[in-house]
Design a protein around this ligand. Structure first.
Ligand code: PGA
Length: 242
């Protein structure tokens, strides 16, 4: 296992409650305390549970907080939205942007760029999701799909954001690309955005496959959905990095 910075990001999506948030924050932070310092844990529960997680964590927490979205504007008449400075104020350090489940509701590449700029301005680290559809994968057009999603991101300051390569068809499906394909996509993203760009893999990561995926050179971590919902499974993935 490598010792370069590695992120394990728990994306709870629209799941969880107060008690589970508190239990997860305590238990996963304790597991991370035993992990090497290059391992960064990021907990992304729904918005209402972020302050609860913040209170549950000690001041020297190894588990950082991330949101699952933010708005591009600082404040104003945007009913139902949450701004990047608000997230920073309640203790978030990261924000997932451009997840395919949000892009499916109409979020565009331009929207994702504007949100990433707002997040960086607020001192947050955007985790920007990209990844192809099943049809694109089957036609072997993944690189062209990625090029389109990455084009707008080239104006962002290199090294101030993370990319998560998440093939849409791998999310929640139990299917993953081959390790050769994951490696190729990561190399392609780095060649487009700069070799210093940290690229995570996401899509059906679980305790059984995380070791092999994180063992690939150029893979700087994992964005984990379903397998991050249970403490035992999240802690098993952290332990497999040690
Ligand atoms: P999954 O979700 O791990 O359940 O496939 C990953 C994601 O959507 O971020």
């Amino acid at each position: 296992m490598k010792s370069t910075p590695t992120w394990l990001v728990a994306n709870w999506k629209m799941n969880g409650d107060t008690a589970r948030t508190q239990a997860f924050a305590h238990a996963v932070n304790a597991q991370l305390a035993k992990a090497p310092s290059w391992l960064h844990g990021v907990f992304c529960p729904p918005f209402p549970y972020l302050p609860i997680a913040a209170v549950a964590l000690p001041g020297n927490a190894r588990l950082h907080l991330g949101a699952q979205n933010c708005h591009a504007h600082e404040k104003g008449a945007h009913t139902g939205e949450v701004s990047a400075p608000m997230l920073a104020e309640i203790g978030c350090q990261y924000v997932i942007l451009g997840h395919s489940e949000r892009r499916a509701t109409g979020e565009t590449d331009a929207d994702v760029l504007a949100k990433a700029e707002a997040a960086i301005a607020a001192g947050l680290w955007p985790i920007i999701c990209v990844g192809e559809s099943r049809e694109t994968y089957d036609k072997k057009q993944t690189n062209a799909w990625l090029d389109r999603q990455l084009a707008t991101l080239k104006t962002l300051p290199t090294g101030r954001y993370l990319i998560a390569y998440e093939p849409i068809w791998a999310i929640g499906s139990g299917k993953t690309p081959t390790t050769v394909e994951i490696q190729a996509a990561h190399n392609h993203i780095k060649s487009a955005l700069g070799s210093a760009t940290s690229v995570l893999y996401g899509g059906s990561v679980n305790p059984a496959n995380i070791g092999e995926i994180l063992g690939l050179s150029g893979v700087a971590g994992a964005l984990i959905g379903g397998a991050s919902l249970e403490i035992e499974s999240m802690n098993a993935m952290i332990a497999s990095c040690q």
